[in-house]
Design a protein around this ligand. Structure first.
Ligand code: ATP
Length: 467
């Protein structure tokens, strides 16, 4: 009956008389210092304000923020609930608004009987929640495309918890510095880009054999700049329009990654009547869209075979920086040893390792794998194991070179596909004295054929020569 007959405002007023209320005043500053509860509440209440609950919101976005934030506006109320407690937040100000003595504060009111819970549990909870929100906001995200979804809503994100940093990355120190400086310069130069009428974007081509750290470098760049990564998988069938929608839905302050761009050569072979995009469409869309609506964009192409790339991609002005990720050098090795074994100075085996590294092609990923597998042993044992591993690789390399020499002098038609060759070779279909010799080498105890096929594939240069 009370609900039916008495208007809500009067009802609340009457209830308030019966239920004793209590109010906390939370000022922006404690003397001159910042008030942690005030700051935590500001962050926390952002997750509570909605246009349904308040009539007025304050919207803002700094250049470093990825998304706008919506705050409680002056004089507005926001309701919150903590267990059974209903709490009312109100942002207020007092004092001379133009002078220094202006004070901003929150009024937090609730039923008197809950005072202790608010003090002991609610405040600590707000501080904890605000820290989580801040961390979440700073977290770099990795977006990948959901298969089957072909428009702008196709991106799904996870937090990029990749620990890669420039410090932990084994690559030539000068090259590392160059990439880092380039990124720094890029983010600093917004005004210059604007002044000269150039879109504020930068393109990197990262190339090198598998396992040299191309993906690691991208993760390090994202962590360094706090940019999100969009991983665009171009192998799926997309129409020009779908691609446009997908690209348009990426946000600023992001890195668009297109891996294995050499595979995009396939794109060029597509028939136009399919209305699927080609490589040059892709490049034009990226250029066009981003010139008109994007700020702070980085695009990264990676490839294991720079030599197979479409010349359109290598045209000057298309990619700003070409970054070659190479096999492991001694500098890189020392960094990996410091990461995995905490060896920061010299070691007696380093001279030998340096000599071996100059003669074998071994990727940082292979070394990292060896180091991981032998973790738990003493440094001497781990490094001695690595020396053995390098020697084995050196031997394989010599045999591979010899084999290649022999194969090259054979009838080449058969070698178009190496697995096929090995098969026919095994079946002794080949009547060639040199191939016989190669066969002996292949059959020798310390080389296994499948391993060799893998080796050839890994060693892309030899493999492409062979092809
Ligand atoms: N330069 C490096 N510095 C430190 N660790 C590395 C480096 N390169 C590779 N690794 C290690 O090897 C793993 C694989 O490397 P990553 O995926 O970055 O290589 P990639 O060049 O991108 O290979 P792919 O071409 O096959 O994608 C990494 O997670 C890391 O543990």
């Amino acid at each position: 009956v009370v609900k039916e007959l008495i208007p809500p405002v009067i009802r609340d007023y009457l209830f308030a008389i019966f239920r004793r209320r209590f109010t906390f005043i939370i000022k922006e500053k404690c003397d001159l210092d910042r008030n942690e509860i005030f700051e935590a509440a500001t962050t926390y209440l952002r997750t509570k304000v909605t246009s349904d609950s308040t009539k007025c919101l304050e919207a803002s976005k700094t250049i470093r923020q990825k998304k706008p934030t919506f705050d409680i506006a002056m004089g507005q109320e926001v309701l919150d609930r903590f267990g059974d407690i209903e709490l009312k937040w109100k942002l207020m100000e007092k004092g001379d608004l133009t002078k220094q003595n202006r004070q901003v504060f929150f009024e937090l009111s609730f039923e008197k009987k809950f005072e202790e819970i608010v003090r002991e549990s609610y405040f600590p909870e707000i501080i904890r929640r605000s820290e989580t929100i801040k961390k979440e906001e700073e977290m770099v995200k990795l977006y990948s495309r959901e298969s089957g979804c072909l428009d702008g809503r196709a991106w799904r994100s996870v937090n990029l918890e990749h620990p890669a940093t420039f410090e932990k990355l084994a690559m030539e120190p000068e090259l590392k510095k160059m990439v880092k400086d380039d990124l720094d310069r890029f983010v600093r130069r917004k005004e210059l880009y604007k002044k000269v009428g150039k879109a504020w974007k930068r393109g990197y081509l990262i190339y090198g054999p598998p396992g040299t750290g191309k993906s690691n470098l991208i993760a390090a760049m994202a962590n360094y700049l706090k940019f999100n990564i969009y991983d665009l998988n171009i192998s799926s069938r997309l129409s020009d329009l779908q691609l446009r929608k997908i690209l348009l839905s990426t946000s600023n302050r992001s890195i668009l990654v297109i891996e294995d761009i050499d595979r995009a050569a396939e794109l060029n072979d597509r028939e136009r009547r399919d209305e699927l995009f080609t490589l040059s469409d892709l490049l034009n869309i990226i250029d066009g869209l981003w010139s008109s609506c994007g700020d702070e964009r980085i695009i990264v192409f990676t490839t294991n075979h720079k030599d197979r790339l479409d010349p359109a991609l290598l045209r000057p002005g298309r990619m700003d920086l070409h970054v070659h990720m190479s096999y492991c050098t001694m500098d890189g090795f020392k960094l990996l040893a410091s990461n995995y074994l905490d060896i920061n100075g010299d070691h007696q085996l380093y001279r030998q390792i340096e000599g071996l590294l100059a003669n074998v092609e071994v990727t940082p990923a292979e070394i990292a794998e060896e180091l991981l597998q032998s973790s738990g042993n003493s440094d001497d044992v781990v490094l001695a194991g690595l020396v053995k591993f390098f020697k084995q690789k050196k031997l394989e390399k010599a045999k591979t070179a010899k084999l290649l020499e022999l194969l090259k002098s054979c009838d080449t038609d058969v070698y178009v596909d190496f697995e096929g060759f090995v098969k026919s070779f095994k079946q002794k279909k080949l009547e060639n004295a040199k191939a016989e010799e190669a066969g002996q080498l292949l059959k020798s105890d310390d080389i296994d054929v499948e391993g060799l096929v893998k080796l050839f594939k890994k060693n892309q240069l030899l493999y492409s020569q062979l092809r």
